[in-house]
Design a protein around this ligand. Structure first.
Ligand code: AR6
Length: 169
């Protein structure tokens, strides 16, 4: 399993699937969700409307339309409420369920954004710990996936991931 770290816009990546940090309506929003819908074009929203939303911690897959990737896996991260509302468990589920969907679709390359660390205000260190642990723990059991990229967008997350992934890159 190849683990990569990329700093920049997830919508530019030509991989099998990118993960979207969506909200439970799956009807678009700001942040990475807004950027993905903007770049994919209106057909993405039309397909998302047929999905009838998504629970926090779950994931659903769509085509990618005008994006250079093949699929978008939409997952809904938890809103940070202080840490006593199952946030860690739900964030872990986002990564687990996205990996599961990618394997079901036989995908080889997948990119994760830093789910919940923007508008949903999850502390970045703790979110990175969960993201990396969950992915690395499963990496030996994955069959179709050959390459997983963590896409960071801000300097803080970049530093955090660089330090934590240091010996894996
Ligand atoms: N490429 C990669 N990462 C990005 C991009 C981009 N183009 N734009 C932002 N990020 P957020 P959340 C990073 O707020 O916290 C939306 O409105 C950003 O710097 O996008 O899970 C949804 O509809 C941050 O590190 O998602 C929901 O309502 C990370 O992506 C809500 O926000 C996640 O930030 C979800 O909040």
């Amino acid at each position: 399993m190849k683990i990569r770290l990329f700093k920049g816009d997830i919508t530019q990546l030509k991989v099998d699937a990118i993960v979207n940090a969506a909200n439970s309506t799956l009807l678009g929003g700001g942040g990475v969700d807004g950027a993905i819908h903007q770049a994919a074009g209106p057909d993405l929203l039309e397909e998302c409307k047929t999905l009838k939303g998504c629970f926090t911690g779950d994931a659903k897959i769509t085509k990618a339309y005008n994006l250079p990737c093949k699929y978008v896996i939409h997952t809904v991260g938890p809103i940070w409420r202080g840490g006593q509302c199952q946030e860690a468990k739900l964030l872990k589920s986002c990564y687990k369920n996205s990996l599961k969907l990618a394997e079901e679709y036989d995908l080889e390359s997948l990119v994760f954004p830093n789910i919940s660390t923007g508008v949903y205000a999850y502390p970045k260190e703790e979110a990175a710990e969960i993201a990396i642990k969950t992915v690395l723990k499963r990496s030996s059991k994955l069959t179709s996936l050959k390459e997983i990229t963590f896409c960071v967008f801000d300097d803080t997350n970049y530093k955090i991931y660089q330090e934590r992934l240091n010996d894996r890159l």
